[in-house]
Design a protein around this ligand. Sequence first.
Ligand code: CA
Length: 247
Amino acid sequence: MNVKKNTVLIIEDEPPLRKLLTIVLESRGYKVVDSDNGREGLRLAASVKPDLIIVDLGLPDMDGKDIIQKIREWSQTPIIVCSVRSDDDEVITAFDLGANDYVTKPFNPDILLARAGACLRKAVTQEAGEPELTNGNVRIDLVRHEVFVNNVKTTFTPKEYELLRYFMVNRGKMLMHKQILKDVWGPAHAEDMQYLRVYVSQIREKIELPGVEHCCVIVTEPGIGYRLEHAPAASATGAASGVAAVA
Ligand code: CA
C-alpha cells in the first residue's frame, strides 16, 4: 500500500512494554518508531515528525515531563503519557506541560488504541478545521489519508500526499519555494528545489485532468513559488462523475 500511515513514536525504556505497544499499534496499521531513552526520543520526534507520541515518565536519562516540555516548544503533535505514576500531581503537571492524554500502567491495549485514535482525529480536525479538505475536483480524507480525484480514489505516495495536503491547507495562498521545502521536507532541505519541481509535476499529473470542470490547478509563479488556486466544489452527483468526464 502506498497510502501514508500514521506514524507513532514510542519513548519507553522497558523492552517488553515497547514490544507490546509496537505489536498492538502495527496490528492497527500504524507505523511505529521507538526509543528506549529521552535523548534519542527527542531527536526522533524532530527528524521523523510522528503523528502521535507515546511517552513514559520514568526514563533512564530524563523525566518524560521534560520531553513533553521540550517537544511543546516547537510542535503540537499529540502526546499520550503512559506511566506507572498515578498521583494527581504527576498527572496534572503532565497535562499542564501539554500532554493530551494520560494512561496509567498496567493498561488495556484496546483503551490505549482508542485514546490514540481519538488524539489523532482531534489533531487532524484542529489543523484543518474539519476531517476533510476539498478544492474543486480534489477531496482529501485527512483521517484515512486518502485522496479522491473526481470522486475516484487515487494513489498518492506518502510525500506526494504530504505536499498535496500542504497545498490544500494553504489553498489560494502564494507559497514560496523555500517555505514549502522547509515545511514539507524539513529545514535541511530548504534549497532542494529539484525535489519540489519533481513532486509538483507528479501531483499535477494526478489532479489536473484535461477538460474537467472546477479542476484543481497549481499555478507556478516563476522564481517565487507555487499557489493552489481556489476552485469551487465540483458537482456532488456521486461517484459516476469521474467516469462521465472521461467519456
Ligand atoms: Ca520506565
